[in-house]
Design a protein around this ligand. Structure first.
Ligand code: PEP
Ligand code: MN
Length: 337
């Protein structure tokens, strides 16, 4: 439930209510917007005499929140959230582009790609050091060595870095090297991992599970947030449908749906969604046009010899062309690239 305060409610009235709720053993989530203050209540409402709250000074109305996710809910926090990954902002006013290889393959490969994507205008470097592969015989990633290369490449180029974590041990290692953790599609409902990522307090890029509904995805975000970590960015990366012409089916309508339901930033990954470099540009432009907060794109210096996901990786030239083409789309919605 949320308690919407009157626009002229005094700070002391807000504090009185906050204390009253905490005193009943419930959690309070305060959202102070430019016009309205909203007090979100998380926990067992039966411990509160809800009708009594209406008699408190400054209360305008009480609205039940029927969705099981609360902290991620737009009703709790009407203003859009900006998440900070290193020096990079992900949220209103910016179209944040994260680019890099599917997997960190070597020090030289990563620094070469980092410099190229930086030059083209990306502000974040992606690269998997722990790769959750469908086959156990496929390249599994360089692990901690890969994390070291990410840190070096980030320092040398000024790019913020994001990498996928697949276990509690990977989180423990990654927090020392990167600016943002990624939880991949295959782990979206790994609740133990979500809680660990929540406890790390690091910004988290939470990809949509390939068979997850938007409601399940938002509940996964809630797992991270309920551990005290509000820094979650959602990433639409395609869902599995009967269509086989593309690797997955990019659900771009998830972007406006999420805008209504959550205050968290939403980005789009056209690489894993389509699986084919030829479709990355049109789907990236479409994502920018429907107001996504950013993109995550796979780029490789030599896609033909990439150790993973070469078919969907852009060459430097194609990535540069994409960044140029994105400019007018970003400008249309007054965003910087
Ligand atoms: C990735 O970003 O490298 C990745 C494995 O993506 P997803 O979890 O969306 O499949
Ligand atoms: Mn990949």
């Amino acid at each position: 439930m949320i308690i919407v305060m009157k626009p002229d409610a005094a700070e002391s009235s807000i504090q009185t209510i906050v204390e009253y709720i905490k005193g009943a053993g419930l959690q309070v989530h305060l959202s102070k917007g430019e016009e309205l203050t909203i007090i979100g209540v998380v926990g067992d409402k039966s411990k509160l005499a809800t009708e009594n709250l209406l008699s408190f000074r400054g209360v305008d109305r009480i609205v039940p929140v029927t969705e099981s996710y609360k902290l991620a809910n737009r009703k709790f926090h009407p203003e859009p959230t900006t998440v900070h990954a290193g020096k990079v902002n992900i949220g209103p006013g910016v179209l944040t582009v994260m680019a890099g290889p599917c997997a960190v393959e070597s020090e030289e490969q990563l620094i070469t790609i980092a410099k190229a994507v930086r030059k083209a205008g990306a502000t974040m470097l992606r690269g998997g050091a722990y790769k959750p592969r469908t086959s156990p015989y496929s390249f599994q990633g360089l692990e901690e060595e890969g994390l070291k290369y990410l840190k070096e490449a980030g320092e040398e180029t000024g790019l913020a870095t994001v990498t996928e974590v697949i276990s509690a041990e990977a989180i423990e290692a990654a927090v020392n090297y990167v600016d943002m953790l990624q939880i991949g599609a295959r782990n979206m409902q790994n609740f133990i991992l979500l809680k660990e990522a929540g406890r790390s307090r690091m910004p988290v890029l939470l990809k949509r599970g390939m068979c997850a509904t938007i409601d399940e995805w938002l509940n996964a975000a809630e797992y991270i947030m309920s551990e005290g970590n509000p820094n979650v960015v959602l990433c639409e990366r395609g869902i599995r449908t009967y269509e086989t012409a593309t690797r997955n089916t990019l659900d771009l309508s998830a972007v406006p749906v999420l805008r209504e339901r959550t205050h968290l930033p939403v980005i789009v990954d056209p690489s894993h969604a389509t699986g084919n470099y030829r479709y990355i540009k049109p789907m990236s432009l479409a994502a920018a046009a429907c107001d996504a907060d950013g993109l995550e794109i796979e780029v490789h210096n030599d896609p033909a010899h990439a150790l993973s996901d070469g078919a969907q990786s852009l060459t430097f030239e194609r990535f540069d062309d994409l960044m140029q083409s994105l400019k007018p789309y970003a400008a249309l919605s007054s965003r910087t690239l």
